[in-house]
Design a protein around this ligand. Structure first.
Ligand code: URA
Length: 274
């Protein structure tokens, strides 16, 4: 492959990353690529396996298998999350920006074992700028702790929309659509090993379905290759005690999946700060 061809692919991939993350081309360093062979040189055809990679490896962010050690690019991830949070703070794509006190981008660890996705900030979250800090949030923390998960150790928590809908109503489809690229960018950067959605709005938006939560919950789906389990929203559990048992069944099923993804995950749970 010539240096020119490599530059072309590099540029193409940068543009694709811009679409996902909201970056601009100026955010990428300028790279100079050399040709693998001098132009005009007659080369004997090589078997495909010996071809050099067509894509600069630093741009590919796919989750490697569990046994491969992860490079420590925590700082890079945090910078990218901060850049998305800045864009969310400045966002005026929908009417929710008019009444917000704070935007609520999300909280948790980089490269989480679990990304928890709810629907929208409520009053307490709007005041604090952090998701799930009110009564439902306290129950969510207990649910997560019951299977050795926490926002401090191994989870990242975010919502479908990043601003509070007035009176805690459900976010409208156009509000969810306006906010979707922020969540997509967060998922792309964080590369969670699994997703737990809480409540109807989160799963319906991620799976692009109108099926109800009672039918969707309790089984795994895939979101861009990431296993996703829907369960009930903690607010629903606070309103209806009868949902606690099926929610617990969901959590046990989720724990089984987590143990497959990382057999030692419970040992790394410190529950720091809870
Ligand atoms: N409910 C949600 O769905 N998200 C929050 O952040 C808080 C309550």
């Amino acid at each position: 492959m010539t240096g020119e061809q490599k530059e072309y692919f590099y540029d193409l991939l940068n543009k694709a990353e811009c679409l996902y993350t909201g970056k601009v081309l100026g955010d990428f360093s300028i790279q100079h690529f050399v040709s693998d062979v001098e132009p005009g040189t007659v080369v004997k055809e090589q078997p495909l396996v010996q071809m050099p990679p067509a894509v600069p490896p630093q741009i590919i962010r796919t989750a490697p298998p569990a046994s491969v050690p992860q490079p420590d690019n925590t700082q890079d991830i945090q910078q990218q999350l901060a850049s998305i949070a800045q864009k969310i703070a400045a966002c005026q794509r929908c009417q929710l920006c008019a009444n917000r006190t704070n935007t609520v981008p999300g909280v948790g660890v980089p490269r989480p074992l679990v990304m928890v996705i709810g629907e929208a900030p409520g009053h307490d979250e709007d005041v604090r700028g952090e998701p799930f800090v009110g009564a439902a949030g306290q129950l969510l923390d207990k649910m997560l702790a019951s299977i050795q998960l926490s926002r401090h150790d191994n989870c990242f928590i975010a919502n479908i929309v990043k601003c509070r809908p007035h009176g805690n109503r459900d976010p409208l489809p156009e509000e969810a659509a306006a906010c979707a690229s922020f969540l997509q960018a967060q998922i792309h950067i964080l590369q969670p090993r699994s997703i737990l959605t809480v409540g109807r709005i989160a799963v319906q938006n991620l799976l692009n379905t109108s099926t109800g939560i009672n039918r969707l919950r309790g089984q795994f789906y895939e979101y861009n290759g990431i296993p996703l389990l829907p369960t009930y929203h903690p607010s629903a559990l606070l309103r209806n005690e009868d949902l606690k048992r099926p929610a617990w069944e969901d959590l046990k099923l989720f724990r089984t999946k987590l143990l497959q993804l990382d057999p030692n995950y419970q040992q790394k749970y410190l529950n720091g700060g809870n």
